[in-house]
Design a protein around this ligand. Sequence first.
Ligand SMILES: [Zn+2]
Length: 196
Amino acid sequence: MPKQIHRVAIVGGTHGNELTGVYLAKKFLANPELVGRSSFETTVLLANPEAIRLNRRYVDRDLNRCFGQADLDNGVAGYEYGLARGIAAELGPKDSPRVDVIFDLHSTTSNMGLSIMPSSYDGFNFQFAAYLMTLFPEVRICCGMQCNQDAPMLRSLSPLGCTIEVGAVAQGIVDADLMARTERIVMGGIGFCGGV
Ligand SMILES: [Zn+2]
């Protein structure tokens, strides 16, 4: 039985040139009813606006490596470090996050298909993964050394949720089919958080 979820965050543009997530986040911002549910609040975020504007992965430093707790605490200078502190204030902190679940949308030039990287080994994430694989047998689950909240990735602000990584698609390019498949995974996540 999934736990009660009160707030979900969908994040695109953590890497500014990974347009699948950027376009999906913009679509959800323009059509909040797509991802809104009566049982929880949904926050949609474009994480790195300047990198998105420039169609670059980042400006000063990879934003998805700026969420280590020491870096968040130390007030390191730089555009992305500042962004990370702002996002952590909105979604975090790691030990008591304001959002229950984070889905961070990425794309890759690697042929990873539809992959999810859980934010931690919390049972919620694996129930979600199993649920997704019943809907979409092509989904792959990748758990590595960064499958915990010590990771410097944005997703580490909450133990629940995952990075959704799809590819192969060139940076700066929108692939309509991959975008539609990514959207179906996000909608699967929204359904799961609603206690399906
Ligand atoms: Zn990325």
